[in-house]
Design a protein around this ligand. Sequence first.
Ligand SMILES: Cc1cc2nc3c(=O)[nH]c(=O)nc-3n(C[C@H](O)[C@H](O)[C@H](O)COP(=O)(O)O)c2cc1C
Length: 152
Amino acid sequence: MTALVIYDSVFGNTEKIALAIGAALSAPTLPVGQATPEQVSGLGLLVVGSPTRGFRPTEAVSKFLNELPKNDLAGVQVASFDTRIALETIDSSVFRFIVDKGGYAASTIAKLLEKKGGKLLAPGEGFIVMGEQGPLKEGELERAAEWAKQLI
Ligand SMILES: Cc1cc2nc3c(=O)[nH]c(=O)nc-3n(C[C@H](O)[C@H](O)[C@H](O)COP(=O)(O)O)c2cc1C
């Protein structure tokens, strides 16, 4: 099966997760800026990930997915992931509540993938960073690899 992992990352944490997923799937792993619509149509599996910023994916990820031609992902199995901040690292209880309820990038990505015809294999998965710039919570790279393996 031909698989591809596409991601965006500002501080490098989502990139580490994406590379762990790519290694588990033996799939090429591309920053979204290097991905083209032609590369994703006809894949067996497409996995897309982004940091959660303002409750949603980065502009680059949303733009890439929104601009895919209609039904570009017909016949493609899809899955999504994000990175998100550990709630316990947020000092303000009000802000903690807002972040908890605001939503996360992976579910938005999953909806966009389905909108373009992809067949969603699993609910979007979140991986935890211990502060805005990371580092990743201990064990998240291993959990990402396990998550990827259960997709196939
Ligand atoms: C401007 C900004 C907005 C953010 N918004 C959210 C958010 O809504 N929810 C959340 O869980 N984390 C939020 N975070 C934390 C990011 O998810 C975190 O920086 C990201 O997972 C790190 O991944 P990266 O190293 O790949 O950029 C935000 C961080 C920044 C800088």
